[in-house]
Design a protein around this ligand. Structure first.
Ligand code: ADP
Ligand code: ZN
Ligand code: ZN
Length: 747
């Protein structure tokens, strides 16, 4: 007798454990770990689906009480053993039910479209078919009769059409197959999303710095050493060439590779380069593929028809048999963290995938995340640098404009005089410009337009947010202060939130330059599918003079004709109430500035700001990552923010305000028990909050949050486990709880 431990397909804390079932004789030997099965569940023995995560001969319960597996789910997808291990790790380290973690790693479900590719083919001649038809009609086998009649007219028929429209069962089809009248063929439609391999334009020889990286990584790989490597290299320094060389070498050693890239940065050019190098052995996963296409890619990966997959974070779960290398480009990107439970981070999860497969991990960025750089400095990752642009392009000349000075001199417009004059020059010369507004900063913080002062929380050193009822609130700790009318620093009455959107910029700009052709790219203008690409290609084709946009415009695409980049209010993103604000601002400004002067003509950048002295602004203007890192890590150290410490956000969602606050307080009380008072104060776990989340209510769901800061990640996992156990006991009806480890977005 054998037994299967099954994770039931219901996401609820109460059933978040395996349940054991007996494997009936008819299924003996047919069931494997990872299979999608149907089982009776609960008091009424309702049929549910679930996944087998273990098979054993030893029952854990009284055999009399063990129910039987009913069968396999039709069209269900099997999860590879390594992916089950990975799901367990995600479940443990990020906090979600096991079924949520399994669904997260599961390849896309086989689609109906996919199944249409099973075909029934006539294999006997006419005579044999007619004879069989006569026989079937004598025996009144109407189903056989129907199918044989159809086969006389058609050499091939879609399988699903026979079992669907014609109403003939699979059993009938197979009995005719056994009689050698037909065969069932399974054809997997080949859906290569990019199309044909383009002609090889000849291989680029790596330069010394690039070759050194390849040699070092492969040297360690061949010596049996698996590691994590961080390539810090400005855009255009040749990182992608290094990735491709490494992937090629690992594939030559019989392994597979995953290349992660933020969806928004995945340009057609990058794809073409991979296709030129790897031909049909590379494939792409992204959100525009249908479920059937995604399923195809997973199947091809499993069957070793491809060696390389390119895609966003979910491509990590591609069921390759043996992964040798995972590359994460633009590793600092926030989109590598999942916003839904389980809130996993692709970087950390990649390390676990690598551990399970014996693979190495290569991270690359022009502005590495504080996390990665910190670990590289600590020796956990090996650090490589690429410091020069391959095409010899020069860094642009940067002008910092102090908006406080502009105001002092009577200019109240959103454009500084410098920006207006440089824009005018560009329009006259027929060159292009980009204007960038960081709209993330829209969340109402207060700043003084005369002196740049920002009202901050005295406990958390993040800016306070303006609420409608004249209060200022800290979204980490709940600290409150009345709204100020005059600047506490200089007494000016120009203290307010910065209110300007891309639309206003467009309007003001057309007043200033009525003849300029403008394009705008933001959430409003890119709502339709394909509009993002349309705007970019129109700009690229020179159909507009100025492109105005949010952070969408700073990623990916190259515009050689752009010689001016204007950043409207650099510190907007600096003042949002989030501990990563400085890092995000530095990244955005560096990227935006890097957009100018990609072509032969030198570029200029205007950074407008109220805080020119802020290190994130000053270092971005100098493109000096090291200097930025030194300042930023001090701040993180001082206030125990990641990466120096780990952080767990416990988020409570509730139908009532009182209920939500009460549960948040009870949970915080439980968490407080983990604070070890024997430890010196500076090494103790810190608890901040609970407080209403920055957006305190969405769709009538109230949101509360508290934070734990702790050096040891495993301690936070223990707290999470304890809180989950409490929740199983309490079973709150009108509240739910989510965990977010090392949150990317605390808004
Ligand atoms: P990154 O990924 O760092 O932005 P890429 O690998 O895309 O850089 O390289 C930028 C450009 O320089 C590309 O057009 C690429 O083909 C070219 N390039 C990269 N390495 C070399 C090299 N060793 N010699 C000549 N051109 C190179
Ligand atoms: Zn002031
Ligand atoms: Zn605070």
């Amino acid at each position: 007798m054998s037994y299967a431990d099954v994770i039931i397909g219901i996401s609820h804390e109460k059933v978040d454990r395996p349940f054991q079932y007996r494997i009936p004789e008819r299924l003996e030997g047919k069931l494997e770990v990872g299979m999608n099965v149907v089982v009776p569940f609960g008091r009424g023995d309702t049929l549910r689906e679930g996944y087998i995560i273990r098979i054993t001969d030893q029952p854990d319960l009284d055999v009399q009480r063990i129910k039987e597996v009913r069968g396999l789910v039709r069209g269900g997808v099997t999860v590879e053993t390594k992916l089950i291990r990975l799901a367990e790790w995600i479940h443990q380290n990020y906090g979600s039910t096991m079924i949520q973690a399994l669904r997260c790693v599961l390849p896309a479900k086989q689609s109906v479209k996919e199944m249409i590719h099973r075909k029934v083919e006539r294999t006997a001649d006419r005579e044999a078919l007619v004879a069989a038809l006569g026989e079937a009609s004598r025996r009144k086998q109407t189903a056989k009769q129907k199918l044989l009649e159809q086969l006389l007219d058609n050499p091939t028929l879609p399988y699903e059409w026979i079992t669907g429209k014609l109403g003939v069962s699979g059993a009938t089809i197979h009995s005719l197959e056994r009689a050698e009248l037909l065969t069932v063929r399974t054809e997997h439609a080949y859906r290569n999303p990019v199309g044909e391999r383009e002609t090889d334009r000849g291989r680029i020889a790596l330069d010394r710095a690039q070759q050194d990286i390849v040699d070092e990584v492969l040297g360690e790989y061949d010596a049996g050493k698996r590691g994590t490597y961080l390539i810090h290299g400005i855009t255009g320094s040749g990182k992608t060439e290094v990735y491709m060389a490494l992937i090629e070498q690992v594939v030559a050693r019989g392994k597979q590779a995953i290349f992660l890239i933020p969806e928004i940065a995945l340009t057609y050019q990058t794809l073409v380069r991979f296709y030129q190098r790897f031909g049909d052995r590379v494939s792409l996963l992204n959100s525009t593929l249908s479920a059937g296409e995604k399923y195809d890619q997973c199947r091809r990966a499993r069957d070793r028809e491809i060696d390389v997959i390119i895609g966003p974070r979910s491509a990590l779960f591609t069921p390759f048999p043996q992964i040798g290398l995972i590359v994460i480009d633009e590793e600092h990107e926030g989109s590598y963290k999942s916003e839904n439970t389980p809130k996993y981070h692709a970087r950390e999860t990649a390390m676990e995938v690598a551990r399970l497969h014996g693979a190495s991990v290569v991270l690359g960025s022009a502005t590495p995340s504080l996390e990665s750089y910190y670990r590289a400095r600590q020796g956990q990752y090996r650090l490589f640098r690429l410091t020069e642009r391959q095409n010899g392009g020069k860094l642009p000349q940067v002008h910092i404009v102090d908006l406080r000075e502009e105001l002092k001199e009577g200019n109240r417009s959103i454009f500084s005089r410098k920006l207006v004059s440089l824009l005018g020059e560009r329009l006259e010369r027929g060159e292009q410009a980009m204007l960038f507004l960081n709209r993330r900063g829209y969340a109402g913080f207060l700043s003084c337009r005369s002196c740049g002062y920002v009202v901050k929380c005295p406990h958390c050193d993040v800016s306070l947010s303006e609420h409608a009822d004249n209060r200022l609130v800290c979204h980490y700790c709940g600290y409150e202060a009345p709204k100020v009318r005059v600047c506490p620093q200089c007494g000016s009455k120009y203290i307010s939130g910065f209110r300007a959107g891309t639309q206003q910029i467009e309007e003001k700009l057309s007043e200033l330059f009525p003849r300029a052709r403008l394009l705008r790219m933001d959430a409003d203008t890119t709502r339709q599918k394909g509009s993002y690409e349309k705007i970019l290609s129109a700009f690229s084709a020179g159909e507009a003079d100025v492109l105005i946009g949010t952070q969408m415009i700073v990623k990916g695409h190259d515009f050689p004709a752009v010689t001016l980049v204007g950043i409207i209010a650099a510190d907007l993103s600096l003042s949002i109430g989030d501990f990563r604000a400085g890092e995000r601002t530095f990244q955005l400004l560096t990227q935006a500035a890097g957009r100018a002067g990609r072509g032969r003509k030198p570029g200029e950048v205007v950074i407008q700001t109220y805080q020119p002295e802020h290190y994130a602004v000053a270092c971005a203007a100098k493109q000096d990552y090291e200097a930025f890192y030194r300042e930023e890590i001090l701040y993180r150290e001082m206030l125990s923010y990641p990466p120096v410490s780990h952080m767990l956000a416990v988020q409570v969602y509730a139908h009532t305000e009182e209920g939500g606050m009460r549960l948040a307080q009870r949970l915080a009380g439980e968490a407080r028990l983990f604070i070890d008072t024997d430890k010196p104060v500076e090494r103790r776990m810190l608890l901040i909050g609970p407080a209403p989340a920055s957006i305190g209510r969405i769709n009538d769901i109230f949101r509360f949050v508290f934070y734990l800061k702790e050096i040891n990640y495993d301690t936070l996992v223990k707290v999470k486990d304890a809180l989950e156990a409490r929740l199983r006991d309490w079973q709150p009806r009108n509240e739910s709880v989510q965990f977010d480890f090392d949150p990317i977005n605390t808004m």
